[in-house]
Design a protein around this ligand. Structure first.
Ligand SMILES: [Zn+2]
Length: 240
């Protein structure tokens, strides 16, 4: 379980961290900069996906920087902030379904992911806690596991990704009759081409598991609904 937000802030302060957005000493992403990233949840059309994708932010600017800092440079204290953004995307889906409960199903990491750091899992657990606090009881369930053919896809073209991802996942566990009344969301940190999501959705559907929507911290591609909102952060001294 990740440490509480207050403890994370103390660690960040001790380690001399500064905010990625405004460079204020303390947290690696200060509450003001996180607030700037929130409120921009959008629906993103992706070819071939039969269910809606809700993303908290476009994959650019400060959001992109925070995700890279978290995943590639291991700033684990960002998990609660990214979890909050994922929870916002899940709430957008919940507004359409009005469920009693919610299940978050993470897309698995490939087998070559760094060991000992379940990056998406930590964000998902934090999002589940936020959603439960927001009044939507939520749990994380691993219903997909990586198959032997699931390899990194960084640097591949769109068509190469679509080919390589086929058969990458295995469904875990039996079908879930307990899903009645639950909103089932497939989740990931970043959705780019949608190839991974399509395959994850196909695997779950074949296994008889229902998925209502996809939620992500960030997505590339054109938005539908409200315009993208990811402005350059304003230093605290310049804020009104
Ligand atoms: Zn800041």
């Amino acid at each position: 379980m990740p440490p509480p937000a207050l403890l994370v802030e103390v660690f960040d302060l001790v380690l001399g961290r500064t905010c990625l957005g405004c460079h204020t000493p303390g947290s690696v992403l200060c509450p003001e900069c996180l607030a700037l990233l929130r409120g921009g949840v959008r629906s993103v059309p992706l070819a071939g996906l039969a269910i809606p994708l809700h993303a908290a932010s476009p994959y650019d600017g400060l959001t992109r920087e925070a995700i890279l800092e978290y995943k590639e440079r291991g700033s684990r204290s960002l998990a609660p902030m990214l979890g909050r953004l994922l929870a916002d995307a899940a709430l957008a889906a919940a507004r359409l379904h009005r469920p009693a409960r919610c299940v978050l199903v993470p897309v698995p990491s490939h087998r070559h992911a760094p060991r000992g750091f379940d990056a998406l899992g930590a964000v998902a657990r934090s999002a589940a806690r936020d959603l439960s606090r927001d009044g939507l009881p939520t749990r994380v369930e691993r219903r997909l596991r990586p198959g032997p053919a699931y390899l990194p896809m960084k640097g591949l073209s769109r068509s190469e990704r679509r080919t390589r991802i086929i058969g990458a996942f295995r469904a875990a566990g039996p079908t879930r009759p307990s899903d009645a009344g639950s909103l089932v969301l497939l989740i990931d940190d970043v959705v780019t081409t949608g190839a991974t999501m399509s395959e994850a959705l196909r695997t779950l559907t074949i296994a008889g598991m229902r998925v209502d929507a996809i939620a992500a911290v960030a997505a590339t591609g054109p938005s539908r609904g409200r315009p993208a909102r990811n402005p350059a952060p304003v230093p605290p001294t310049l804020r009104p």
